[in-house]
Design a protein around this ligand. Sequence first.
Ligand code: SAM
Length: 238
Amino acid sequence: MSSQEDDGDEQPEQEMTAVSRHFFGDSEKPAFSISILENMKEEYGLFVWPCSVILAEYVWQQRLRFSGVSVVELGAGTSLPGLVAARVGSDVTLTDDANRFEVLDNMRKVCDLNKLKCKVQGLTWGLWDESLFCLNPKIILGADVLYDSSAFDDLFATVTFLLQSSPGSVFITTYHNRSGHHLIEFLMVKWGLKCVKLLDGFSFLPPYKASRLSGNIQLAEIMLDLEDAEDTSSSGAR
Ligand SMILES: C[S@@+](CC[C@H](N)C(=O)[O-])C[C@H]1O[C@@H](n2cnc3c(N)ncnc32)[C@H](O)[C@@H]1O
């Protein structure tokens, strides 16, 4: 998952930092672009991963759904999907590991760079901070947050809590489908969730974006499985 191998040579910070631009809309006449500050020295949170490009494009294509709703991005890193949501009118909170100050700082910088007002908040999966109780998102976003299986339960615990806190809400995530969808399916059943949409991430990408990416990336929309919850409670009552 590392963006670059570390050869031990120290390079000046400015040489490692770059601004990438991401366009949305018609390739000849884009509706807007989002600029992202990336730092190649960092492993995870300061690099735009392909899952993020795909999720951001989905947000753009589904922009009517995002207008005027409250959105939380988990493990946002460089935050491209959340910034697109803010650009199309969502009220956005960008979150990442509360201990990763350089990632949280970079989020504030990219908001300023794009003149977008988003809240930036430390949110570590599986930890119940007071601020978590005030979020109540209609849409939760997560790009490439399913990469370390030891963190899956913590992530799903947080997602399930947020879905329960806001009736009708949905978790939209893009992930590398390395070993089939089975592990995700197992976790959904375990946490009382269901998948309501599953797409090949490349099926809706415009060719000029698809040609620069590779991998088997899926997009899933996940909700609480209320029927499952009813079944469990009625069988418990019997
Ligand atoms: C592979 S990166 C993806 C970053 C960004 N979403 C993207 O796709 O470009 C995973 C992100 O999850 C964050 N993360 C990892 N473990 C976390 C945890 N336990 N709680 C919150 N965030 C975490 C990392 O800091 C990082 O920003």
